[in-house]
Design a protein around this ligand. Structure first.
Ligand code: MET
Ligand SMILES: [Zn+2]
Ligand SMILES: [Zn+2]
Length: 411
């Protein structure tokens, strides 16, 4: 079997780590064998049975300095194989260099690039001043409750004395690398309507479907108001509140589908809501209770909040990207030293595990070195080009060597 960076990346992509039953054991043992080959220390933590967290360590020459943590998640979102041009866990490499796999961008690329960069730095005889850790965590895609959240609350994490974190970002369609100083907070919203059941032919008020559809209209209006701000150019996507319908559930099932001449007594809809870091969560909660799922329309709702919205001091979860964050210029210069350019720091439209580190006041940036690449996370036919992947390894060599050589004390 070939043993090149691309072959190793493809092997890692071939583990089926999709929810709801991600294979964690096999990718962890693969990563472990890679770590052993490179000569990194390793530990497998299990905060929840069968949900391993792999922690790799490259000790620095001054272990008293705060360390660096490079995080990536092991899991992936599901894929619909029939809608892909190549099977999502085949990691097919096309003649033009595209590697197709669920996870190619989100976020198995960085998982392997961290390792390849360290492999190369070691081969060049580089030794870090600060200790470098890599964490491979479970369950990010379902909120991180049994993964990063438990990890950052653990004694093991405390003992790492982490000074700065890099975690996943998102692809850039242009020549510049993107970097993210905050995420949006993810809420799941389930609204439920109930109403009188009745014959499909009858017209009456306050049916469950009618009540639900009224709410859907109200929410759609709010969605449009937010989207208009983006379309007019006043704000970026990630700077407004997004609310997108993700499922609808109603009707009386029959063997061939649904009973057509009955109006159901219950109807339900699910929404993905994302709040930018400075949004007021209480205001949106009020809006949900009063306008989106009002009891006066026989509606109830459930809000599923995943993770923190503020840090321990009650501040929005944001990492500074100016000179007052001593890691920032070091990171920026490392990108430039690798021949890259960073675009203006952004808020990430989606969500990552960095919110758990930022909650503790640890500076954390989102960064996945992919330029000239379509943004395909959670999409069909997710792919990454081999040349983009290999350039990313060089970028991390620069980033890891610069950050781990940084003498200045940050905290
Ligand atoms: C539900 S927590 C966030 C999981 C995933 N990274 C997302 O942004 O959708
Ligand atoms: Zn991800
Ligand atoms: Zn994802």
């Amino acid at each position: 079997q070939e043993d090149t960076p691309i072959a190793r990346f493809r092997r890692y992509l071939q583990f089926n780590t999709a929810h709801p039953n991600p294979n964690y054991a096999d990718p962890v043992s693969f990563l472990l064998s890679q770590a052993n080959a490179i000569g990194l220390k390793s530990r497998t933590l299990e905060f929840v049975p069968s949900k391993p967290l792999l922690l790799l360590t490259w000790p620095g020459s001054d272990p008293s300095l705060p360390s660096l943590l490079f995080n990536s998640h092991l899991d992936s979102v599901p894929a619909e194989p029939s809608k892909w041009i190549h099977p999502p866990f085949s990691a097919t490499l096309t003649p033009d260099g595209k590697i197709y796999a669920r996870g190619a961008q989100d976020d198995k690329c960085i998982a392997m690039q961290y390792l390849e960069a360290i492999r190369n730095l070691k081969a060049k005889g580089f030794t870090p001043l600060r200790t470098v850790h890599i964490s491979y965590v479970p369950d990010e895609e379902i909120g991180g409750v049994d993964g990063s959240e438990k990890f950052v609350q653990s004694k093991e994490f405390e003992d790492l004395n982490v000074g700065f974190v890099l975690d996943e970002g998102q692809a850039s369609t242009g020549d510049e690398f993107r970097v993210f100083y905050a995420d949006r907070s993810p809420w799941g919203l389930i609204i439920k309507a109930s109403g009188a059941p009745g014959h499909g032919s009858r017209m009456y008020d306050n049916g469950a479907m009618e009540n639900l559809m009224k709410s859907v209209e109200v929410i759609t209006k709010f969605r449009e108001s937010q989207f208009d701000v983006v379309k007019s150019g006043e704000a970026m996507n990630a700077e407004v509140i997004s609310v997108n319908p993700v499922y609808l559930k109603a009707g009386t099932p029959s063997p061939t589908g649904f009973v057509m001449n009955m109006q159901p007594s219950e109807a339900e809809a699910g929404f993905d809501l994302r709040l930018p870091p400075t949004a007021d969560p209480d205001l949106i909660k009020k809006r949900i209770a009063q306008e989106w799922a009002p009891a006066t329309r026989n509606m109830t709702y459930k809000l599923i909040q995943k993770g923190p919205i503020r840090d321990y001091q009650g501040r929005p979860l944001m990492t500074l990207t100016n000179e007052s964050n001593p890691w920032w210029p070091v990171f920026k210069q490392a990108i430039e030293a690798a021949g890259g350019k960073l675009s203006r720091p952004e808020i990430l439209a989606s969500t990552t595990d960095t919110r758990f580190m930022r909650q503790r006041g640890i500076p954390a940036l989102g960064f996945s070195p992919m330029t000239n690449t379509p943004i395909l996370l959670h999409d069909h036919n997710e792919f990454l080009k081999d040349t983009v992947y290999l350039r990313g390894i060089e970028v991390y060599e620069s980033v890891i060597s610069s950050l781990s050589s940084f003498k200045g004390e940050s905290n």
